[in-house]
Design a protein around this ligand. Structure first.
Ligand code: PLP
Length: 426
């Protein structure tokens, strides 16, 4: 075997990669660019581009309104069924609609209404801010009787299960957490946490945005009540592609949707003047779905199903171990710290590296003055360089080249040539 710390070694790992063939299924016009931001926006699958072209030119351009009956009306549920296979749910428990934030709002509202008499919502301080904003807004709208309590992470990397257990009690209405933390990549033990919540009579609502398509998820096995997640990260659905929601079968009838739009009505084309909710998961829809955006998602999901979550996870763990080995050798002496869990079992599919100059390092990686190409990670305040590993298209060579470039930028203090002023989107 070649020396671990050479590009030849990385290339040998790529040649042996059982998922290697999927890379050519994505649009990669600049092979010198290393893209490590699939945890924010997945690459464009070639098949998705073809489907979207068909949706625009044929379905919209030629078939026009007739497309609703041909394929558009059932699209949200059809895609939900595919996502259900990826997250271990029954086909009728998942539907695609709205954004993650809106879906979180709908399900959290339903959960709090079901849990009348209990007034506590528990989350953690590593959760995505939008999730916490939604809870804060709901508390206002429901008259201010609820409180949101956050489990504190001592190091910003992980949380303590025992402490979580001690926060739950018979006043806890809802426990809502991100399955994988957006900054540190900490991966909760979904089964254990859900069980803990249920022991106290609380409902559990997971945000799967950073885990769906990246780590195996089995909602039914973990006895999860409610979940939401986005489709533009590891599912490669495209910018702003709609999110999904999951409501376990037993809760579907009792859980109220606060946004009673016509797409959730039993017979929307009867145009009744008073709302009667649909049976089943459709009742959590609100209005007309963004059809064109949804059309790219279907082939993207099929690709994940073809590859299989087992193989995806295996490669994700191998990529992250490789990245950490190179980080240890080349970057730890340069003021870099690892901001993700050491244990691969407790880690999602991205790694955060911390450095006091993280922002300017990211700028230099994006717009290099040296080296052999652009490297795209993303930056998360205050000092995280976040490196997303998407097993369907991230190669070992990508990782080798990204670390080599970081070493050059940090070692030579080349970030000094870049501005500290934050871009609008980081
Ligand atoms: C964990 C998590 N939850 C929620 C959101 C918000 O998603 P949306 O913009 O679809 O509402 C994001 C966005 O990146 C996220 O990472």
């Amino acid at each position: 075997m070649s020396n671990l710390f050479t590009i030849e070694h990385a290339r040998a790992l790529d040649r042996d990669d059982p998922l290697g063939r999927f890379r050519q299924e994505f649009v990669i016009n600049d092979p010198s660019m290393v893209y490590l931001d699939g945890n924010s926006l997945g690459r464009l699958p070639l098949r998705a581009a073809g489907h979207m072209e068909d949706a625009i030119r044929k379905q919209w351009g030629e078939d026009l309104i007739r497309s609703w009956n041909k394929q558009w009306y059932t699209q949200s549920a059809r895609l939900g069924k595919k996502i259900a296979q990826i997250i271990g749910a029954e086909p009728h428990e998942v539907i695609v609609s709205d954004s993650t934030s809106v879906n979180l709002y709908k399900l959290a509202y339903g959960a709090l209404r079901l849990q009348e008499g209990r007034t506590e919502i528990i989350s953690d301080d590593m959760n995505f801010p939008s999730d916490l904003y939604i809870m804060q807004g709901l508390i206002k709208q429901l008259g201010g009787k609820h409180t949101l309590r956050l489990l504190n992470s001592p190091d910003g990397i992980s949380t303590d299960m025992k402490e979580l257990g001690s926060m739950l009690g018979n006043n806890t209405a809802l426990l809502t957490l991100s399955h994988v933390a957006y900054k540190s990549s900490y991966l909760y033990d979904m089964e254990r946490v859900s069980e803990l919540a249920h022991q106290h009579g609380a409902l559990v609502l997971w945000d799967l945005s950073h885990s769906v398509g990246a780590v195996p998820v089995n909602l039914n096995m973990a006895k999860v009540d409610l979940a939401v997640g986005c489709t533009y990260k590891y599912l490669n659905g495209g910018p702003g592609s709609p999110a999904f929601l999951y409501v376990k079968q037993e809760l579907q009838e009792r859980l109220e949707n606060p946004i009673q739009g016509w797409f959730g009505e039993q017979n929307p084309f009867d145009f009744h003047l008073s709302y009667k909710e649909s049976k089943g998961i459709r009742k959590f829809l609100a209005g007309t779905p963004p059809v064109i955006s949804l059309s790219g998602l279907e082939p993207a999901l099929e690709m994940i199903l073809e590859a299989g979550m087992g193989a995806i996870r295996q490669k994700s763990v191998a990529l992250s171990k490789y990245l950490l080995t190179l980080t240890q050798k080349y970057l730890m002496g340069e003021g870099v710290r690892v901001g993700s869990p050491d244990n691969a079992d407790r880690r999602g599919s991205h790694i955060s590296l911390k450095h006091a100059e993280a922002y300017r390092i990211c700028k230099a990686l994006n717009d290099p003055e040296v080296g052999d190409g652009v490297v795209i990670p993303d930056f998360r305040e205050p000092n995280n360089i976040r490196l997303g590993l998407t097993p369907l298209y991230t190669s070992y060579e990508d990782i080798f080249r990204a670390v080599r470039q970081m070493k050059e930028i940090i070692g030579g203090e080349l970030y000094e040539n870049y501005s500290q002023i934050r871009d609008q989107v980081t």
